[in-house]
Design a protein around this ligand. Sequence first.
Ligand code: GLY
Ligand code: MN
Ligand code: MN
Length: 435
Amino acid sequence: MTQQPYAQRRQQLLERLGDGVAVLATAPERLRNRDSHYPYRFDSYFWYLSGFPEPDAVIVLVGGREPRSLLFCREKNEERETWDGFRYGPEAAAKAFGFSEAHSIASLEQQLPELLANRGAVWHSLGHDAAADQRIANALNTIRQQSRSGTRAPGEIRDLRGVLDEMRLVKDEHEIASMRRAADIASAGHSGAMRACRPGMAEYELEAELGYEFRRRGADGHAYTPIVAGGANACILHYVENNKLLGGHSLVLIDAGCEVAGYASDITRTFPVNGRFSAEQREVYEIVLAAQDAAIAAVRPGASFADYHHAALRVLVQGLIDLKLISGSVDGAVDSEAYKPWYMHRTGHWLGLDVHDAGEYKTGTGDDDWVRLRPGMTLTVEPGLYFRPGGDVPGHLHGIGVRIEDDVLVTAAGCTVYTNAPKTVAEIEEVMRHD
Ligand code: GLY
Ligand code: MN
Ligand code: MN
């Protein structure tokens, strides 16, 4: 158990709280249907500060001259552990996760007013969870009832997410190591799907290959619902049914990533079901690949978050002009958004504990107020082109949807692409050759 990065992050947060107190709960367990729960996933902010995997847990960080870091969690319980598995219990949890104190979650309600009394601010994610809001409101009301004895309630409720989002935007070494592992495993999953793919298979068979590789290699599972979209299904951006047969002459788009120690990878590959790109598939594919190359070349410290989107966009627009779908100049088409029917999303997002990770994209409301990239930021680069059947394009393009997505770390020198699934036409055709 490496508790150090978590303790370090709590320390960093404590330094920003002044004499305020932060209260942060993990995610609740959620029922799927009678007696059966969804697989448990902790809250990302909570995990970022603790590495503690159990539900029913709350962190309280008390700032000021004598900072305290408290964990409230479930008590040991032999009977429940027989049914549901191991629980740390407060004593072992404090030691294992480096908290200065830990208490039973059952005592939180009673202890919270004392912890918040006479403090300037309570830091909380207001509006995220009704029960958590209520817990804070109850504690403040309890303190207010003691005002005649001179006890004061915090005058401010401040949003904890702002400061944590800023911290989460730049990844530390520990995070980068988990993300690299998630990227390696997901890359192997995509290669495995390419190798396994045969005409006549169903989309879910490729989904099964990915799940198999992810779990076999030790990932916790999928980081998000995978998209396995044969042919025209690739033109539905959030297609997740994954239940159709794969046409022998079509492409298949797979957008899938795994989670390792809470961290996501997010990869998209598009390849021909029969292992050989047709001329028209290849033409579209090469445009998207060139757009991705141009975007990756624009990821470096000091560049703005929008720069790599614009770099990709210019190449895609030139490609659409070459395909005779757009006329006029690249600048004109970028300004008029003539590309929108075929490229309707942006070129990427922050990546981390959440697949669409925490962190602002803009620093102000101006058109150019995009966040500047710094070493340690991680993002996806995922241009695409989507030609829906029946759309206003020549018939030979109908049903071709291509996206290529990789995960990128901003470094002092520029960036590193740390996903590595086969990507060029030659690489894909090579890995899919069955002789
Ligand atoms: N897989 C979600 C995304 O690419 O943004
Ligand atoms: Mn993505
Ligand atoms: Mn994706």
